[in-house]
Ligand binder design. Structure first.
Ligand SMILES: *[C@@H]1O[C@H](CO)[C@@H](O)[C@H](O)[C@H]1NC(C)=O
Ligand SMILES: *[C@@H]1O[C@H](CO)[C@@H](O)[C@H](O)[C@H]1NC(C)=O
Ligand SMILES: *[C@@H]1O[C@H](CO)[C@@H](O)[C@H](O)[C@H]1NC(C)=O
Ligand SMILES: *[C@@H]1O[C@H](CO)[C@@H](O)[C@H](O)[C@H]1NC(C)=O
Ligand SMILES: *[C@@H]1O[C@H](CO)[C@@H](O)[C@H](O)[C@H]1NC(C)=O
Ligand SMILES: *[C@@H]1O[C@H](CO)[C@@H](O)[C@H](O)[C@H]1NC(C)=O
Ligand SMILES: *[C@@H]1O[C@H](CO)[C@@H](O)[C@H](O)[C@H]1NC(C)=O
Ligand SMILES: *[C@@H]1O[C@H](CO)[C@@H](O)[C@H](O)[C@H]1NC(C)=O
Ligand SMILES: *[C@@H]1O[C@H](CO)[C@@H](O)[C@H](O)[C@H]1NC(C)=O
Ligand SMILES: *[C@@H]1O[C@H](CO)[C@@H](O)[C@H](O)[C@H]1NC(C)=O
Ligand SMILES: CC(=O)N[C@H]1CO[C@H](CO)[C@@H](O)[C@@H]1O
Length: 484
């Protein structure tokens, strides 16, 4: 009884503090750029920084956030949690130190196996979330994925069919002719049964179940929780021309694609068009005919007179939604009740006015987007930079998304090495969890936190120097990191 009333009082204190915009001594961090803006019904806080190249993120079964850091490995983060967006990083520990890991991260259904990817391969470790440790050796599960240009290999463990790991591999160039051939293995999403992989790993190109091909670089992949529908978000081509006219500012559109469900082969394994057919965003283009938003169109780069709009219309799977060109979608996650999906847009480089650099919400119902496939307004902003004219240098660049058990939305930003949390205002998200873990850990948190934070800060300043000059930054990222 005593315990319960204390918990109750604590809960009330937190709720009142949160409502007043206070965090009981837990403050959010400050940004080196203009404070970003949360959309209507949302609040946001910056809760961790100093994480070089933070990409894919996922919560473990103990509520710690695992972060894949390009060129570093996998970090384990815990937070002092006052509920709502009142969080701050308490401890950061490296589970895996590896320079080859670059983006992909997943956990088995029981939370005891960790998966991560390099450009070439998918690895697994046994993972003890309580001891915060992984096995000394890893197992190689999938190999044969090396190619140029698009080098991330997004991983998604199915919740509907535990043991099935979905892997997305991009193209080796802006326009990659090899992707036209299924046997190249380029620009494909495949599913692998990783329950009991033998000592011989799968070869990505010759093994696995094909969920889709002709997908230029589909970095975000998610499973809709009510129906099990697999969705991906695709980064489409740069610098395109049509009928000799440069149409690259507003075309082609970025795509949301549907790949069916794992318990069926319906709507699955199709060709989504690349490198021949691309989704229309802006219909003010030469020879537009009956094309509308989301139609598959040809472009001059195909160099093949047989690849017409009519050919594209009959051979390429249509996107479920299309977005403004060059926004660069990198992740997608669904609310557990399937009413919304959130998508990160890393932001454009191939456009005179920067676009993207934000998180959006897409309304879903019965496992499908609510908006029509030719909608230009399907995406609602929920977290944006103050002024995209300052991007990329003076902005966050969102990459990974993860929902915690209280349905708060966590986001990584690779260029700034930061983690943000967003929560719906009015929802008492996280307050219950906070009473258990919050206050006690705050004091002891600093000790372990400082060691790893210090070493990453040193490298962070080296990384910060990359940002001197937009073009220098861009070239370095494209050459060294090699992804959007
Ligand atoms: C952080 O705190 C400040 C001051 O309380 C607030 O204005 C800001 O919106 C918060 N969020 C972020 C993302 O910085
Ligand atoms: C990773 O490197 C850090 C130092 O940068 C070290 O403290 C930590 O023990 C290493 N972790 C592993 C799992 O090797
Ligand atoms: C997995 O182990 C192999 C063999 O020891 C090693 O070469 C490779 O770098 C390891 N992978 C990662 C991501 O650490
Ligand atoms: C995956 O492989 C395991 C072990 O071979 C098997 O028991 C299981 O049925 C397979 N899962 C699927 C979905 O085929
Ligand atoms: C996987 O392999 C382990 C060890 O060999 C075995 O105990 C287990 O039964 C296997 N699981 C399945 C589903 O085949
Ligand atoms: C696949 O799973 C979904 C979600 O559980 C279910 O609604 C659907 O009927 C299943 N389809 C088949 C072919 O079993
Ligand atoms: C579409 O393109 C035309 C011509 O370039 C431009 O005037 C118009 O603003 C664009 N609209 C959108 C929504 O991009
Ligand atoms: C042009 O595209 C058509 C349709 O895909 C294909 O059959 C043909 O081989 C291509 N021609 C060349 C020269 O690539
Ligand atoms: C779905 O979940 C969200 C987040 O918890 C909540 O705001 C919304 O009301 C729920 N919608 C339905 C129809 O249950
Ligand atoms: C941080 O690490 C310390 C020392 O291992 C531990 O006592 C504390 O509970 C941790 N804090 C959090 C919030 O995980
Ligand atoms: C899509 C496309 O390339 N359309 C037309 C471009 O212009 C030539 C003639 O000028 C047409 O034959 C193409 O169909």
């Amino acid at each position: 009884m005593q315990f319960r009333s204390n918990t109750c009082l604590g809960l009330w204190a937190l709720l009142i503090a949160t409502a007043r915009g206070q965090c009981n001594g837990i403050s959010n961090l400050t940004t080196s750029y203009a404070t970003p803006i949360a959309g209507d019904g949302w609040s946001a806080s910056l809760i961790a920084n100093g994480l070089v190249g933070a990409r894919g993120i996922i919560f473990d079964s103990n509520g710690a956030l695992l972060v894949a850091q390009v060129g570093f490995g996998i970090a384990h983060l815990t937070f002092t949690d006052g509920g709502g967006t009142c969080l701050q990083m308490a401890n950061m520990t490296y589970l895996v130190n590896s320079t080859i890991l670059n983006h992909g991260i997943a956990l088995s259904a029981d939370g005891k196996t960790l998966y991560a990817s390099s450009s070439e391969a998918v690895y697994s470790w046994s993972y003890d979330p309580a001891a915060v440790s992984v096995s000394a050796t890893n197992k190689t599960l999938i190999t044969g994925m090396t190619n140029d240009d698009h080098t991330t290999r997004t991983l998604l463990m199915s919740q509907m069919q535990p043991g099935t790991l979905i892997v997305s591999r991009g193209s080796n160039a802006n326009i990659d002719p090899e992707a036209e051939t299924l046997s190249s293995g380029h620009s494909q999403i495949k599913a692998f049964n990783v329950t009991n992989v033998t000592d011989t790993p799968y070869d990505f190109t010759t093994s696995g179940r094909l969920l889709g091909w002709g997908l230029r670089n589909s970095v975000g992949v998610a499973e809709e929780p009510m129906t099990g529908g697999i969705y991906s978000v695709e980064n489409s081509a740069d610098e395109i021309q049509r009928n000799g006219t440069d149409i690259h500012q507003n075309n082609p559109g970025e795509e949301l694609n549907f790949h069916g469900m794992l318990n069926s082969t319906d709507n699955q394994g199709g060709n989504y068009g690349y490198p021949n057919c691309f989704a229309v965003w802006n219909t003010s283009i030469p020879d537009a005919g009956n094309l509308k938003v989301g139609s598959q169109m040809t472009i001059d780069a195909t160099g093949n007179a047989s690849i017409t709009d009519a050919f594209c219309a009959t051979t390429a799977v249509l996107p479920r939604l299309t977005f403004q060109a060059h926004m660069a979608p990198l992740d997608i996650v669904f609310l557990p009740n399937g009413t919304e999906a959130y998508v990160t847009f890393h932001g454009s480089w191939d456009r005179s006015a920067p676009v993207g650099y934000k998180i959006v919400s897409l309304a879903f119902n019965n496992g499908q987007p609510v908006a029509a496939s030719d909608s230009m307004t399907a995406a609602t902003d929920i977290f944006v930079n103050t002024d995209n004219a300052n991007c990329p240098d003076g902005c966050f660049r969102p990459v990974g998304l993860a929902l915690d058990k209280n349905q708060r939305l966590f986001m990584s930003s690779d260029s700034t090495g930061e983690i943000y949390v967003l929560a719906k205002t009015g929802a008492s998200t996280g307050a219950g969890a906070a009473t258990g873990t919050g206050t006690g850990s705050a004091a002891t948190g600093t000790a372990t936190g400082t060691g790893s934070a210090a070493s990453s800060t040193a490298t962070q300043s080296a990384a910060a120097r990359w940002e001197i000059g937009g073009m220098m930054w861009l070239l370095t990222v494209l050459a060294v990191v090699g992804f959007l």
